[in-house]
Structures are given as C-alpha cells and as structure tokens.
Design a protein around this ligand. Sequence first.
Ligand code: IPE
Ligand code: IPE
Ligand code: MG
Length: 250
Amino acid sequence: MMASESKAIPKHLAVIMDGNGRWAQRRKRPRIIGHRAGARAVATCIDFCLERGIGALTLFAFSSENWGRPEDEVGGLMKLFVHVLDREIAELHRRGVRIRFIGDRERFSPAIRERMQASETLTAANATLSLNIAASYGGRQDIAAAARALAEDVAAGRIAASDIDEAAVAARVALADLPPPDLLVRTGGDQRISNFLLWQLAYAELWFTDTLWPDLDAATLQRALDEFSGRERRFGLTGSQVAAIDENRA
Ligand code: IPE
Ligand code: IPE
Ligand code: MG
C-alpha cells in the first residue's frame, strides 16, 4: 500500500465558502460577479469529494444573518441559486449525489422551496456523496429548534425532562444521521465559525486559508486533507491513550 493510501481522510467535510465579494471587489466588479465565480468553485469542491471518496460534504451557502445584506445582493444570490440548481441537478443525480438543504426554508420563495424539495426527492436514494447545502442556516437557530422540539416532546408527555441528554439533542439538530464533520475548511482569510454548525463542529479539525472562495482549486483542498491526516485527534484524552486505542484497532 502506498503511504498516501493509508492516510486518514475526512468522512464529512464542512466548508465555509467565503471571499466572493472581495474577489469581485479586487476586479472592480459588482459582488454578484464574485458569487457567480463562486458557483464554479462549488463544482470543484464536489468533484474533489467524489474523487477522494469523501462521503459527506456540507457547504455554507447562505447564513441566517446574510438576509441582512443589500436587497440587490440577496436577490442576485436567489437567482443564482435557482440557476445553478436547475443546471446541475441532473448531473449530480447521475453521479450518485444525494442533495439536502438545511436551514429555515420558510424564508425562501415558493419557487426556491419547490426546487429544494424536488431535488431532494429526486436524489433521495443516492449514496455516493451526501451533499448538504446550508441555506438560511444558523447554528444557534439549529440548536434553538432542537430545544423547542424537545420541549414539545416533554409538554406532550412523549419524553421526560430527565431524558434530555447529549444524545437527545444530537438526534434533533441538523444532519443527525451523518457523522459530525471531522474537517472544517474556511476560505477568505477570516478565522471564525460565523454561526455555522455550532453543535456538530465540537471536535472538528479547523483549517483556514487566505484563498478566496472563487479561487479554490483541488490543490488547496488537498493541502487541507494533508494537514488533517497529520493531526492527532485526542477528543479530550491523552496522546498515549489515543495511541493505545489506534493500536488496538490495527
Ligand atoms: C461568501 O462570500 C458567500 C456568502 C456569504 C453568500 P462573501 O459574499 O461573504 O464574500 P466577502 O466575505 O464579502 O468577500
Ligand atoms: C459566512 O460568511 C457565511 C457563508 C459563507 C455563507 P460571512 O461572510 O457571512 O461571515 P462573516 O460576516 O464574515 O462572519
Ligand atoms: Mg464573507
């Protein structure tokens, strides 16, 4: 076996796709041009995951807070959203991608909601890559919704308050059926989470790059993977405990 084949690769990659606006500004173009260029980088990222056998990819496309941006930018993003989904969905389906959307759908237009639903239904049985698009998503809102669902279960007598533990919350936040992201990549140079998957990222490895999202290429993603495979994930234990666990597994 080649050394590279034995390297740990993430099961679930989460990505904060940031830097579209600055990419456009540097070219003295409107911000929406950066978002359009960013759509090409989404394709690069999906191709990369399919090639490397990464089973789950979660992309932060639009945050709960991004609704506060200027109306023309939000409108342009919505149009781009529809355009890209309509253009790509058949090919994604052909390649075995299962697409899902997380976030507050109620805030989108009926036309967008219908497309989200249709693409989820079309690809529901696919298993090569689970592609999750976080749109109108906020990590705090996600946890609050889980708390509300649990409160409703208690109020209806389905569970007792004492049943609420870590597993009960984990089962009600977004992407509960997937392993939590083990690697988070953020482009655009800022080193923050910006209300992405707060609960789910508890033990993710974080990797930041100054590369702006529209400039993303496979080599950049490969650097993230290489660094990931070299990190020791201890999950609160000591280095020697982790080494002993790894030895027992081998
Ligand atoms: C990320 O790029 C895409 C969205 C948030 C929709 P930005 O639009 O945030 O780009 P910058 O950070 O302003 O450069
Ligand atoms: C995070 O980027 C959200 C997405 C990439 C969709 P932002 O550009 O909204 O984050 P901040 O405002 O710099 O924290
Ligand atoms: Mg940004």
